[in-house]
Design a protein around this ligand. Structure first.
Ligand SMILES: Cc1cc2nc3c(=O)[nH]c(=O)nc-3n(C[C@H](O)[C@H](O)[C@H](O)COP(=O)(O)OP(=O)(O)OC[C@H]3O[C@@H](n4cnc5c(N)ncnc54)[C@H](O)[C@@H]3O)c2cc1C
Length: 551
């Protein structure tokens, strides 16, 4: 048996690396255990084209904005290669030869572009951005706090509920109404309140659809728009255009956190799949690996999907029944397909001709012609159980900014697309996925006729691949859907949203906890903080059976 360690982190995704880095920095002898041959999880750069090993892609996640400045500073990620450049505008070309472009840093150009469709919308945008800013000012900080245990009547929990309520006191009646709307309304309804032209509503909707198992007409979808508006790479005013490309692809972000963790003395082991979390008398004491090796530590931090951690690595009898029920019922669908395309030249859009790099190539290059287009793509997968006939794509061309990914003149077109049936996480559906990718490329070709011929190679990653390769059960990119019933004090289970679990010494820091998902490191950081707080108060009671919170 190896060790003893002070702390074991299960899963070397970016959250596991953040947890490992903070634990080691605090002086704990820590090991991060990753099943794959490399760390990073969904934060990865790879060279997927056997005939073109010189072309690299951000395999899964593709843009940064949510990692808070304090984590970047405290882990000194800049020193370890973290380097993110704000990207260009949001762009959508339309079949009628027009296009809309939303800049994060040029209000005049944005105004002109929107005014082609509606001057009222062009005038409304600053007020919309200011409104979104106001809401993110209130909701953003909540993501850095442990959610209160709502409903509990213990003195500590009542105090934290009061504290949370007090922090909202400046909201006022209208502010509360704004926040309520964001949590309950559909994207379509929300955008109807602000804009009149379909083109404007469509381009403003995109961030709200990412990773959702629902179309824009579904109540509650407005929240994801907010979740994605909270970060800000550019430091500009815009809460819509606030993303960036990391130099060297997303894998460089994981590499920088890995290097930071190692610099603090954290051991990182790859090809070290955890098979069991070991417990004794209701307390975590270590883990057993696939290899049969056992490692011991009084702190175990799980940074993997909760359905794996709690339903596979532990015996259900070790957990309270209602907790098991919550994890079994945890919704974890997406229907996302990632298509990484290598191209010999940039798309030559009818609306904005030219293969020479222009602003509209450098940001989000969307494929979503209307809200109905998006809703239809979802309903194809949801109701008709087939891949979308006309997929929605959040496109981006990182090589317009990051020259490390491909040789001069070659480009990588990253297509984050939706939807295929979420049940496809059970079977590869290889042929249908290839046909789906063909359709996405054909649809771009309708807008930019050189597109199809410029394709050098492509990689198509479906829900099955994501589940098998990364442990993203059901193919959900956030370890669990971002729906109101799975947020804040409910993420991942009421009474256990404070990064603790029913097992003493076992913490949960994956994207399935409050503030996840996305590449923000907050779950990993919070799990470390919970473990540290408990070490300072070792007599803390385990909450193995979730009570009503009365004492
Ligand atoms: C296709 C796609 C696109 C996305 N795009 C973006 C984006 O552009 N921007 C953004 O902010 N977010 C994006 N996301 C979401 C974001 O990438 C994830 O929310 C986040 O990376 C999850 O991080 P994590 O550390 O919690 O888990 P993961 O990255 O899932 O890491 C978990 C790790 O645990 C390992 N593991 C699993 N089981 C075991 C075991 N038994 N033993 C040991 N190790 C194990 C896995 O191999 C994996 O490495 C995207 C996700 C996907 C899939």
């Amino acid at each position: 048996m190896a060790g003893p360690y002070h702390a074991i982190v299960v899963g070397g995704g970016h959250n596991g690396l953040v947890a490992g880095a903070y634990l080691a920095k605090a002086g704990a002898r820590t090991v991060v255990l990753e099943a794959r041959p490399k760390v990073g999880g969904a934060v990865d750069t790879s060279a997927p084209f056997p005939n073109h090993p010189e072309i690299k892609v951000s395999t899964y996640s593709y843009v940064m904005s949510l990692l808070p400045a304090f984590i970047i500073e405290e882990l000194e990620l800049g020193r370890h290669g973290y380097d993110v450049t704000p990207f260009g505008p949001y762009y959508q070309a339309f079949p009628d030869g027009r296009s809309i472009t939303i800049y994060g840093d040029d209000a005049n150009k944005t105004y002109e572009s929107i005014a082609q469709f509606s001057t009222k919308d062009a005038e409304a945008l600053p007020a919309y951005e200011a409104w979104l800013h106001g809401v993110t000012e209130v909701v953003g900080p909540l993501l850095h706090h442990v959610p209160p245990n709502v409903g509990s009547r213990t003195v500590g929990d009542l105090l934290s509920q009061l504290k949370a309520a007090w922090s909202m006191r400046h909201l006022g009646a209208r502010g509360v109404a704004d926040a309520t709307r964001l949590f309950t309304m559909s994207l379509s309804e929300l955008l109807d309140r602000w804009f009149e032209s379909e083109q404007m509503k469509t381009i403003m909707m995109v961030d709200g659809l990412i990773g959702q198992w629902s179309g824009p007409d579904e109540p509650g979808t407005a929240y994801v728009l907010l979740h994605h508006a909270i970060g800000g790479v550019g430091g500009g005013e815009s809460h819509t255009v606030n993303w960036g490309f990391p130099r060297g692809g997303m894998g460089s972000v994981a590499d920088s956190i890995r290097a930071a963790a190692a610099s603090f003395g954290c051991e990182i082991r790859t090809e070290a799949r955890v098979q069991r979390i070991l417990t004794e008398r209701g307390r975590a004491v270590g883990v057993a690996l696939d290899s049969g090796e056992e490692l011991r530590a009084p702190i175990v931090v799980s940074c993997i999907h909760p359905k794996i951690a709690f339903l596979q690595l532990l015996d259900r009898s070790e957990l309270p029944e209602d907790f098991v029920f919550d994890i079994e019922s945890w919704k974890t669908r997406s229907g996302v397909v990632k298509i990484n395309v290598a191209m010999s030249e940039l798309p030559d859009f009818i609306a904005d001709p030219g293969t020479k790099q222009q602003d509209h190539h450098t940001g989000s290059v969307e494929l979503c012609l209307s809200r109905e287009y998006a809703e239809r793509a979802f309903q194809d997968a949801h109701l008709e159980h087939k891949a979308a006939t006309r997929p929605f794509v959040d496109g981006a061309i990182p090589t317009t900014i990051d020259t490390e990914l491909a040789p001069d003149g070659v480009h990588v077109f990253s297509m984050f697309s939706q939807w295929v049936p979420h049940e496809w996480s059970q079977e590869p559906h290889r042929e249908e996925l290839e046909a789906y990718a063909d359709r996405a490329i054909d649809l771009y070709t309708e807008l930019a006729p050189n597109f199809r011929d410029a394709v050098i190679d492509r990689q198509v990653i479906g829900p099955y691949d994501m589940e098998q390769e990364l442990g993203l059960i059901g193919g959900n990119i956030f370890h669990g859907e971002l729906t109101v019933d799975q947020l804040f004090h409910m993420r991942p289970s009421p009474g256990f949203a404070d990064y603790r679990t029913p097992i003493r010494g076992l913490y949960h820091g994956s994207s399935a906890t409050h503030a996840g998902g996305g590449v923000n490191g907050l779950p990993g950081w919070q799990a470390y903080r919970a473990a540290r707080a408990d070490r300072r108060r070792p007599k803390r009671l385990a909450r193995g059976s979730r009570s009503s919170g009365t004492e």
